[in-house]
Design a protein around this ligand. Structure first.
Ligand code: HEC
Length: 163
């Protein structure tokens, strides 16, 4: 190869690299309430994500979360639900906004599949916060686990069957 060709090849590689960098999401956060909160509100704002497959904004919810729900998911969650993959892959984040019947936001509940965080309970990190951002529950939250455990054959997920 001539020097000029090598230069061209390097340029093409650099341009492709830059293009793919621009699209890359920031790496997923540590299993920590404040870091997860910063990730979903600042680094990778969840309102830009896709909604749960088949669910539009403000769908009718069951007990105990809220009369109306809007649920956002990361891409790997979307694919796992859509294609009935049996479980949610590591790194997946589910964000559910819980609204009162008059459509005021009551709270936000989050499930984050964090590798190695809680193997007996499928590595889910649980988070709940108020509309003003105040975190009320985080980590291995027994109350969340106890109820969602009824769906342990479905990776602790209620909204859709994963197979
Ligand atoms: C008493 C049972 C119960 C408790 C306690 C509970 N959940 Fe849920 N959760 C549900 C049900 C039922 C749904 C499905 C909601 C619907 O479609 O109306 C759900 C749905 C969810 C979802 C959407 C993903 C899914 O599983 O379908 C998230 C996220 C979630 N809950 C987070 C939490 C967090 C965080 C806590 C604890 C702070 C919690 N939940 C406590 C029953 C519970």
């Amino acid at each position: 190869m001539r020097t000029r060709d090598i230069g061209l090849v390097i340029m093409v590689v650099v341009v492709i690299g830059l293009l793919s960098c621009g699209k890359a999401e920031p790496p997923r956060p540590a299993a920590s309430g404040p870091e997860l909160y910063a990730y979903i509100t600042r680094d990778n704002p969840y309102q830009k994500w896709q909604m749960w497959p088949g669910k539009a904004a403000l769908y009718t919810g069951r007990e105990p979360h809220g009369a109306l729900l809007t649920t956002y998911v990361t891409d790997e969650v979307y694919v796992a639900v859509q294609d009935k993959k049996g479980s949610i892959p590591e790194g997946g984040i589910i964000i559910k906004e819980n609204y009162m019947p008059d459509k005021t936001l009551a709270a936000v509940t989050v499930m984050y599949k964090a590798k190695g965080f809680d193997p007996p309970n499928n590595d889910w990190f649980w988070l709940k916060y108020e509309p003003d951002g105040r975190i009320t529950d985080q980590g291995k939250v027994q109350m969340c686990i106890d109820c969602h455990r009824e769906r342990r054959n479905n990776d602790f997920i209620y909204t859709s069957l994963l197979r």
